[in-house]
Design a binder for this molecule. Structure first.
Ligand SMILES: O=c1ccn([C@@H]2O[C@H](COP(=O)(O)OP(=O)(O)O[C@H]3O[C@H](CO)[C@@H](O)[C@H](O)[C@H]3O)[C@@H](O)[C@H]2O)c(=O)[nH]1
Ligand SMILES: [Mn+2]
Length: 742
């Protein structure tokens, strides 16, 4: 009795101790002398730390109880639940590093513009990657390029390099057209003060007036030409001005995976100017050499080629990497980045300034949680407070020196980019042979051997002691596309989880802090994200096992009348409550949070599960997986469904069979559980936790039931997938019978 009274008191005193020890208000604003930027720790810091301590005690208690149960009634079920809880505990513990000291920064670009003459600005090389003209429409890629060409930045200091891993003459054609269009588009944007400088995005959001109508017609003419070429599959002579057809001969008889490097200087700022007579930025098309028996290392390989090709030409000290769909939404983003790079107080070990990935075209509740708020905006703030955010693949300004290694001297000359000498050097830099036996991809450049080359590269830079900054201006600097159907989203997340495991189990595993030139906290942050795919285990177990046990009336959790019940209630409510709170504090809505937590379950049981298996198979040498590019094409019917917020199950995907199975098992257990609770006394008390789990998962599965039983549109679950789901669910019920009944 005394003991139970003591517990809350203990908690309260611990809580107070924490508040005092961790020092509320200790985190003051740090103001840089030059004040190009400021930094302040989140007001949530004391709360986070207090909550951390309380929750830690609860986690320990839960793990203690699991061991206790295991020793008193050993068996496969207790072992499986222990495993699930240990992974939950590990993920929770490592996540606390991200909550330790989240920060917010602010830049003052106007102050910088007052103090630094634009003539002194460093040059910037922009790298844009594309890989498939049919999944990444060339005009969209060109629009992205145009949006950065129109940066508010001295044009002669800007060079845009496009890497075309699709090896497509149509993409080159789109860029030739874009180079012509730029002569009109850049002055149009600057003279009219237009902020959205991607023509595609601009005309999507606009119903035109005089001047802009003319531009729109030009844009559409360009788009139509490229679409004709896409439909035909080649660039016909009728589409080309006579002086341009020479280069297209290079495409005769080549295949996408087997061709020499093709480099084309489309605009050169010393030579080309727009219709108002202002210099245009440099624009260079690069399709690196590909040979079937030479590994090309996906996007990281492409970025390394651009790093070297640009070194032979503009060799700018800063590099901006962009995915082909990530267009500039604010022409001042380079100035924001300079607020850090040009700050003399900022240490010289600043490797990169990462902007958040923000997306356009999300539906109201973001049903597939493609905003990925935690990964792209909440976590980077957490990491920024303990060493710097990681690189997320796009919207990131790098110091070239951090990528190239300082030992490399620059072969840059003053020759024109299209001189024979420079082009020869550039072709060498883009050849397959260049990297053989070199350190590219292992200790310099973008790092290979992970499908998440962004995470891997940023992690390595931090291991080497480089720092980074998360730059999150109020107005989104860049906007990207999201996949609009569930199967694509799940495939994308599977690739991420495999890529992260590849880092987790590499020589530099974040858990072996010895290899890191960083703090323990930073190591924990990386460990948390690298082991992201391991969520699959507890999520799948908690999505099925207690439910099967409920069907066969086997209690696995404490009764409501048992004091341990409060522990589980607290663990659940506090975790979900904090998650919701953090989501809302990062400008989220309740509807989007609900989607986010639902997708966490869905992805856990599909992408991460398959990713974990695939990684295991890869480790033992059975399967290998490439980089499947996410489609950026918007299909009308699909897009209509997406706008309405209806899930898209219209594919015969193995992911969906798993989701169907989980949905059926939970519905069965809920029905069986309610029926039993209604007829037998004491069931509710004894089985409440499991009933609750079934109900909670079932509520999350509503769109799945809908797609299986009620829909008739193209987004419904294919009959075959439903049948397979029933078969697997039946099989699991049989196994449940063996485990829980006999
Ligand atoms: O062999 C390849 C494969 C891909 N890409 C390009 O890589 C970019 C990203 O590909 P995407 O299919 O859009 O991947 P996402 O999963 O949407 O991208 C996220 O995850 C990737 C790592 O898996 C990061 O590279 C991205 O920056 C990040 O936005 C695109 O511009 C592609 O064109 C290449 O250039 N070569
Ligand atoms: Mn993408």
């Amino acid at each position: 009795m005394y003991y139970t009274i003591g517990k809350p008191q203990l908690c309260i005193s611990l809580f107070l101790c924490v508040l005092v020890l961790l020092g509320i208000g200790k985190e003051k604003m740090t103001i840089s002398r030059k004040a190009f930027h400021t930094l302040r720790a989140s007001r949530l810091v004391p709360f986070n730390r207090a909550h951390m301590l309380l929750y830690f005690v609860a986690v320990l208690a839960a793990v203690y109880r699991r061991f206790d149960v295991l020793f008193s009634s050993p068996g496969p079920v207790s072992i499986v639940l222990l495993l699930a809880d240990l992974i939950f505990a590990f993920m929770w513990l490592t996540y606390q590093a991200l909550r330790w000291r989240p920060v917010r920064r602010q830049e003052f670009p106007d102050r910088l513009l007052q103090e630094v003459d634009p003539k002194e600005f460093p040059a910037i090389d922009v790298f844009i990657c594309t890989a498939d003209p049919y999944r990444e429409p060339p005009v969209s890629v060109a629009s992205t390029a145009l949006s950065v060409m129109a940066f508010d930045y001295p044009a002669d200091k800007l060079s845009i390099y496009v890497s075309d891993d699709g090896g497509s003459d149509i993409t080159l054609f789109a860029f030739i057209e874009a180079a012509r269009f730029a002569r009109y588009w850049l002055p149009f944007c600057k003279e009219n003060g237009i902020a959205i400088r991607s023509p595609e995005a601009y005309f999507r959001s606009r119903t035109g007036d005089g001047d802009s109508d003319k531009m729109k017609m030009m844009y559409q003419a360009m788009k139509e030409k490229v679409d004709i070429a896409l439909e035909r599959g080649y660039v016909g002579n009728d589409l080309l001005p006579s002086d341009e057809d020479e280069v297209f001969k290079k495409w005769k008889g080549i295949s996408r995976n087997d061709h020499p490097s093709i480099i084309q200087v489309l605009l050169e700022s010393t030579r080309d100017s727009d219709i108002s007579g202002n210099a245009l930025p440099n624009l260079i098309y690069v399709s690196r050499e590909k040979r079937p028996n030479s590994p090309h290392n996906f996007k990281a390989g492409a970025l390394n080629v651009l790093t070297r090709v640009s070194r032979t030409m503009s060799n700018a000290p800063l590099i901006l990497t962009l995915d082909c769909d990530t267009y500039s939404n604010d022409p001042r983003s380079p100035i924001h980045a300079l607020c850090y790079f040009l700050d003399p107080d900022m240490s010289s070990d600043l490797a990169f300034v990462q902007f958040p990935q923000i997306f356009q075209g999300l539906n109201k509740n973001d049903i597939y949680a493609c905003e990925v708020k935690r990964l792209y905006t909440i976590n980077p703030r957490g990491k920024d407070g303990v060493g710097g955010p990681n690189y997320v693949g796009t919207g990131c300004y790098f110091l070239r020196r951090a990528l190239q290694g300082s030992t490399l001297s620059s072969p840059k000359t003053n020759a024109s980019f299209s001189s024979d000498f420079t082009l020869k050097k550039a072709h060498e830099a883009a050849s397959c042979a260049y990297e053989a036996g070199s350190k590219w991809g292992s200790s310099i450049g973008f790092r290979y051997r992970s499908l998440s080359e962004d995470f891997h590269t940023g992690f390595h830079l931090h291991c080497e002691g480089w720092k980074s900054v998360f730059c999150y201006p109020e107005k989104p600097a860049f906007l990207g596309d999201v996949p609009q159907n569930l199967n694509d989203v799940l495939g994308q997340r599977k690739r991420w989880s495999v890529g992260l495991f590849e880092v987790a189990f590499s020589r530099y595993c974040p858990l072996t802090f010895g290899t890191m030139n960083a703090s323990l906290l930073e190591g924990l942050c990386y460990a948390h994200e690298a082991f992201w795919g391991s969520w699959s285990i507890p999520i799948t177990i908690y999505g099925l096992l207690p439910q099967l046990a409920l069907i066969y009336y086997t209690p696995l959790f404490p009764k409501v009348s048992d004091p341990w019940f409060y522990l589980y209630s607290y663990l659940f409510l506090a975790a979900y409550g904090q998650d919701l709170f953090e989501f809302l504090a990062a400008d989220g809505t309740f509807g989007r949070w609900w989607s986010d937590q639902r997708m966490w379950m869905i992805i856990g049981q599909t992408s991460y599960l398959f990713g974990t298996l695939q990684f295991a198979l890869k480790k033992i040498g059975i399967s290998a997986q490439g980089f499947n590019v996410t489609s950026k094409v918007i299909e009308d019917e699909q897009s209509e469904r997406y706008e309405k917020g209806a899930f898209d199950f219209g594919a015969k995907s193995p992911f969906f069979a798993v989701l169907g199975t989980v949905a059926i098992v939970n519905l069965s257990s809920l029905v069986a559980g309610i029926a039993r609770a209604a007829t037998v006394d004491g069931v509710f008390d004894e089985m409440f936790v499991q009933l609750f789990l079934s109900a909670f998962v079932a509520v999350n599965c509503l769109p799945i039931y809908h797609a299986m039983f009620l829909r008739s549109d193209g987004g419904k679950m294919p009959r075959k997938v439903t049948v397979i789901s029933f078969a697997i669910a039946g099989f699991l019920l049989g196994i449940g019978y063996l485990i829980f009944h006999i």
